[in-house]
Design a protein around this ligand. Structure first.
Ligand code: SAM
Ligand code: ZN
Length: 270
């Protein structure tokens, strides 16, 4: 169950006070009240509604793809690396999506795992993961999280906000960031584009952090159906930039072997 007695690392987005659980809500001392949805997440976004982030189709196709285990090597490597650095305390998964990678971390002992995502559909799915302490609909650019409350933050294919990650981490806390490597999905790009290009590794801003380690995680995976190829296409950042012909070429594929290649970057807050 999420939010058993309190909001944990989450604070009131209006006055930044601690949140306590009262029946089906989280309440701060100034009585700002946030209802816990039946799925277990809470909306701490200050703007009305949350028509942001990934839409239903994107969330569902990503979930279908991930649940088939194609990226399980990444989940395993991430979980093992985090286990080697963080022995206890609180971990925030910023931009957790439906919680596929978050769930791996919840298997580690002595860690309290929290997630935020700006998409309420994604947050609702993440909140159902067993052992997760709490999930909020929130923006990575204005985390409703107490300063210095986290021993670790993980950020996987979602917006990177250096200032907020630095603020919520304790000094000495770790930041885990996954990025696609140069050759990630190379064969899919070669099949879809006339001139495929390698991913550029844009350096992230890391003021306030010490670089610790870069772990390469790579595997060739076989996608045996058009359905899985279509789901992967939709997960890529270039989905909306692909031409009509490119989409037609992708739709004509019935199976493909692809390189799934990532870097896990580890930083430590100074
Ligand atoms: C490609 S998905 C990755 C999700 C998850 N980390 C995973 O790898 O399965 C990107 C996620 O970032 C979320 N997102 C987009 N903008 C955001 C923001 N400003 N703050 C928090 N989450 C955001 C989306 O809703 C989506 O769930
Ligand atoms: Zn308040």
């Amino acid at each position: 169950m999420t939010f058993e007695t309190s909001g944990g690392i989450f604070v009131c987005p209006i006055c930044q006070n601690t949140l306590l659980r009262r029946e089906r809500s989280l309440v701060c001392e100034r009585r700002h009240t946030f209802d816990i949805a039946k799925e277990g997440h809470v909306n701490l976004l200050r703007t009305a509604g949350s028509l942001h982030g990934d839409n239903r189709q994107m969330v569902l196709s990503r979930r279908a793809f991930l649940e088939k285990g194609y990226y399980s090597h990444l989940k395993e490597a991430l979980t093992n690396t985090i286990a080697s650095y963080v022995k206890n305390g609180a971990l925030l998964d910023s931009g957790c999506g439906e919680g596929y990678y978050t769930e791996g971390i919840t298997s580690l002992p002595n860690l309290s795992v929290y997630g935020i995502d700006i998409s309420s559909r994604a947050a609702a799915l993440a909140a159902k993961k067993p052992n997760i302490k709490g999930v909020a609909v929130a923006s990575a650019y204005a985390l409703p999280v107490a300063s210095g409350s986290c021993d670790a933050v993980m950020n996987i294919f979602s917006p990177f906000c250096r200032e907020e990650f630095e603020r919520v981490l304790k000094s000495g806390g770790y930041l885990f960031n996954i990025i696609p490597a140069e050759k990630h999905l190379w064969e899919l790009k070669a099949a879809v584009y006339d001139k495929p290009y390698e991913n550029k590794l844009n350096p992230i801003e890391t003021e306030g952090f010490r670089f610790v380690e870069k772990v390469a995680i790579e595997k060739t995976i076989t996608l045996p159906s058009q359905e899985d190829i279509a789901a992967l296409m939709m997960m890529t950042p270039y989905f909306y930039r692909t031409s009509r012909e490119g989409h037609q070429r992708a739709e004509a594929l019935t199976s493909i072997d692809i390189t799934a290649s990532f870097y896990l970057l580890v930083y430590q807050k100074l």
